[in-house]
Design a protein. Structure first.
Ligand SMILES: Cc1cc2nc3c(=O)[nH]c(=O)nc-3n(C[C@H](O)[C@H](O)[C@H](O)COP(=O)(O)OP(=O)(O)OC[C@H]3O[C@@H](n4cnc5c(N)ncnc54)[C@H](O)[C@@H]3O)c2cc1C
Lengths: 477, 360
């Protein structure tokens, strides 16, 4: 991974910078000790590491503003950080940058059940947003698997999704407003409790901008009342193609499940060995969850069962109660853990048109043979967001590189069939250099124009998202 | 000008010597000075995959064509695009480009989201003639910055869209509307909030003619079940009847069509709506109705009145009124936000020729 040469003159400013930062915030919130800054050297993409120049942990929007103003004055790059669970290296520091962690900004500022909104500081974890409203029967819909750890800040920056986004949408569809601090320290309020923008939809472009346009300190989120109930169904098939066709038919039939999860044989086998969920021995399985009252759930599952029956399933299992539901989800939920047990793995995140599923899975299988690396597939089938897990051995020289090449080949395939490089994890550093595959120079220039307007000095979250050759002239301007 | 290809459009914009007024169907009352540029030549559905819930169409495609293709497969544009012809006394055929450019979203906004939430990708030509694509045709996509949202609702000021791809959804088997008559603003908001805060998946909640109306959609048995349950919960607000209501009239604020005066849309938190209605009434004669559970207020007021002087939260857009009056269509933004918007316009349209002045 090529990163720009750290700026030695910025590194030389370390002590002076720390002193200025300590003049605007408590001393313990400015971390300069190398043993301690190491805690921030990577995020969930742990193959890449680099300790930052220093780290700051502000406790208010004002402190964030002060920090950014100082860094702006001194020309120091800033990398915003939530909980550090990014799988794309989005929160990875550079040696000449300040990590600005929002973990101390974790308060609930307002809940309003009549207006169905909650306003939080963005260091709050995703799950604890739901935690704050569930006593009243409400929840915050986007539910990344990392929801216990990841922060709303990171969710907004990555426009994170979750298992239930087929029905409820991803972060951007559930975000109503933000307080954001610009790189020069200016605080802007965008959106709020109302549903549309008075002018250009700035909120829409801030969400998913990977920490490069400003530091988001507060957010207004849409909350919803929980459904009366939810239950999954498990259907096993003897081929990926048939399972894929079944997904298409369910969607065409007008049933809109909240989740359709897909696992292929390698994944089923690994999960079975790890979690012993009692999954059938088959080539592919779907876990489909629907919501409503008991009668509504029965009706929808019956419809899905009918559709599945036309595809000769090897097994159909309908959860009758919470215990059976938990067993159906058990294997799926432990998929990443199961993979981690047997191997090092790299988790991809491309999206394809649902109709291309069988073709893409076939190609991945062929490529797996060519590269000599196993791959297991587990993904959100309803929306075509794939998560191929490539297994490799980190201790074997050259294996990581081969794995990355294989990964890049799969992502190129996703783009080729009409999809994209990343469905929910973001570009970060991981997919930065693949952006040329999906976008031409004009496409990238248009995106970088936004960056130029929000952060003219290109100091926020440097060297991410845009290929360095493409961004060079913008950074120099 | 009426380009028939993206390249031709790009050339026209690059070579333009003055302002350009971008026209789709011309039904939404968005008119800029300058040479007219029609999207009518950029026409047709280019891809429709019912099994993937996606439709791609060129920007000038009439909505009616899209709707009939979707209906044939039992699907629809779930964000319920508005039809402004009656209200604005315009004629012509609404195009998908015009809908996206104005982010035109109806009552179902509160449940499935706005047009921008269903927009998966765009192709557009910016003010310098560059052809740009963003997003794509898949449901989940976080690759690079989301210019798709930025283009939705930009009223043609950042670029001329040539193609849009949209998420579509199944048509429901059944629809039912619960009505409670004779409610004032505060009672109506309370009833709508109760309905929207229930588990029954309400797809519309409006207040018109003094009645709160709440819509349910889905499979027949399910709609019947939820309608009964919700009726029980809403009884505390008044007598509940269950029946059919023409939601397109709500969607298009058709009650104000043909009546004299200016029309405004006020976007607010529902809980702020009753006090705002009082304030607006105190400052002059008006008719009001609400959509989005009280979060969207439609106001008919005397011509030339600046409704913004009565508004203390949210924002107000004047959708009908004398264009030459000093009142801007859009609510002024705070200085720091306005600077960002201005900066973006300068970058996407350096000469300021695309629908100049339409957004202020
Ligand atoms: C086991 C596991 C499962 C996962 N499952 C999912 C999943 O199902 N769906 C999914 O979408 N993702 C998933 N992820 C990825 C990750 O959890 C998400 O991207 C998450 O949103 C990151 O949140 P974070 O708080 O950890 O952010 P970080 O990792 O700290 O940062 C992510 C990005 O946000 C930026 N950022 C952080 N704070 C701010 C701020 N205040 N202002 C502006 N920018 C900021 C950072 O600069 C960085 O670019 C998973 C990760 C793991 C490890």
């Amino acid at each position: 991974m090529q990163m720009p040469q750290p700026n030695a003159s910025v590194i030389a400013l370390k002590d002076q910078l720390a002193a200025r930062l300590r003049s605007v915030m408590p001393a313990d919130a400015v971390i300069t000790d190398i043993a301690e800054t190491r805690a921030y050297e990577c995020d969930g993409l742990s193959a890449y590491r680099c300790p930052p120049l220093l780290a700051v942990l502000p406790a208010s929007t004002q402190e964030v503003s002060d920090i950014l103003r100082i860094c702006h004055d001194m020309g120091v790059p800033v990398v915003p950080r939530g909980s550090g669970t990014s799988l794309a290296g989005g929160a990875m520091p550079t040696a000449d940058s300040v990590i600005l962690g929002v973990a101390r900004l974790n308060a609930v500022l307002e809940t309003d059940y009549a207006d169905r909104i909650i306003r939080v500081q963005t260091g709050r974890t995703n799950l604890s947003v739901t935690g704050a409203v569930e006593a009243e029967g409400f929840f915050y819909a986007p539910d990344p698997s990392s929801q216990l750890a990841c922060a709303i800040a990171g969710n907004i920056a990555m426009n994170s999704g979750g298992a239930h986004c087929l029905k409820y949408g991803v972060t951007t569809n559930n975000l109503l407003g933000v307080t954001m601090v610009m790189m020069d320290g200016t605080v802007v309020e965008i959106g709020g409790g109302h549903l549309d923008a008075p002018g250009l939809d700035l909120l829409g472009v801030i969400c998913g901008s990977e920490g490069q346009l400003g530091v988001v300190t507060e957010a207004t989120l849409r909350i919803l009342h929980k459904p009366e109930g939810a239950r999954p169904m498990l259907i096993g098939f003897d081929s990926n193609a048939v399972a894929g066709a079944c997904v298409s038919d369910i969607i065409k039939a007008g049933v809109l499940p909240v989740a359709i999860e897909f696992m292929d044989r390698p994944c089923i086998v690994a999960c079975e060995a790890f979690a012993k969920a009692g999954y059938p021995d088959c080539e592919a399985l779907l876990i489909i969850e629907v919501e409503g009252s008991d009668a509504e759930i029965d009706h929808q599952l019956a419809l899905i069962g009918e559709i599945a029956a036309r595809h000769n399933p090897v097994e159909v299992r309908e959860a009758r109660d919470a215990d059976q539901a938990a067993r159906i989800w058990l294997g799926r939920k432990s998929a990443f853990g199961a993979m981690g047990q047997i191997n090092d793995y790299m988790c991809l995140d491309g999206t394809i048109p649902v109709t291309e599923l069988p073709h893409v899975l076939d190609r991945i299988r062929q490529m797996s043979a060519e590269y000599g690396l196993d791959v297991a597939n587990v993904f959100h089938a309803g929306d075509g967001n794939m998560h191929p897990l490539i297994l490799y051995n980190a201790n074997l020289p050259g294996d990581l590189e081969r794995c990355e090449e294989f990964g890049a080949a799969i992502l190129k395939l996703c783009v080729e069939v009409g999809g994209c490089l990343t469905g929910e994890h973001g570009v970060g550093i991981e997919k930065r250099d693949l952006m040329h595959v999906q976008f031409n120079a004009a496409d990238l220039d248009a995106q970088m124009a936004v960056k130029d307007v929000f952060d003219p000095g290109w100091l926020l979250n440097p060297a991410k998202v845009f290929p360095l050759d493409a961004s060079e002239s913008h950074r120099a301007a | 000008m009426m380009p028939t290809s993206e390249d031709e459009l790009s050339g026209m914009i690059r070579d333009a010597s003055g302002p350009i007024s971008v026209q789709g169907g011309g039904t939404r009352g968005v008119f800029a000075d300058g040479q007219a540029l029609s999207t009518a030549g950029l026409n047709g559905i280019t891809l429709y995959e019912p099994g993937a819930l996606t439709l791609v169409a060129r920007a000038g495609t009439p909505l009616s064509e899209i709707e009939s293709s979707l209906a044939a497969e039992g699907q629809r544009l779930a964000f319920e695009p508005t039809d402004m012809r009656a209200l604005l006394s315009t004629s012509g055929a609404p195009t998908i480009g015009g809908i996206v450019a104005t982010n035109a979203s109806g009552p179902r906004r509160i449940q499935v989201g706005a047009c921008r939430d269903h927009l998966l990708g765009v192709r557009f030509v910016d003010g310098a003639g560059n052809i740009v694509k963003n997003g794509g045709r898949v449901m989940k996509n976080v690759t690079g910055y989301d210019l798709v949202k930025l283009l939705a609702g930009a009223h043609g000021t950042l670029g001329v869209m040539t193609e849009v791809s949209l998420k579509v959804l199944p048509l429901p088997q059944a629809v039912a509307t619960l009505s409670i008559p004779d409610l004032d603003a505060a009672q109506a908001v309370a009833a709508m909030s109760a309905a929207l805060g229930s588990p029954y998946d309400v797809t519309g909640a409006a207040w018109a003619d003094g009645a709160a109306i709440v819509r349910l959609e889905g499979f027949s048995d399910s709609v019947a079940y939820r309608a009964d349950r919700l009726a029980e919960e809403l009884m505390q607000f008044g007598a509940v009847t269950i029946g059919d209501v023409d939601w397109s009239a709500v969607r298009d604020a058709r009650a104000f069509a043909g009546l004299p005066g200016d029309v405004w849309r006020v976007s607010i938190r529902p809980s702020a709506m009753p006090a705002m209605v009082s304030a607006i009434r105190a400052d002059g004669d008006v008719q009001v109705m609400a959509d989005w559970g009280g979060g969207l207020l439609w106001v008919l007021c005397a011509a030339g009145r600046d409704l913004r002087t009565s508004i203390t939260s949210g924002h107000a857009t004047r959708v009908r009124g004398d264009a030459s009056a000093a009142i801007a269509r859009f609510h002024p933004e705070p200085a720091a936000v306005a600077a960002l918007s201005r900066g973006l316009r300068q970058r996407f349209d350096p000469r300021g020729i695309l629908n100049a002045g339409v957004m202020g």
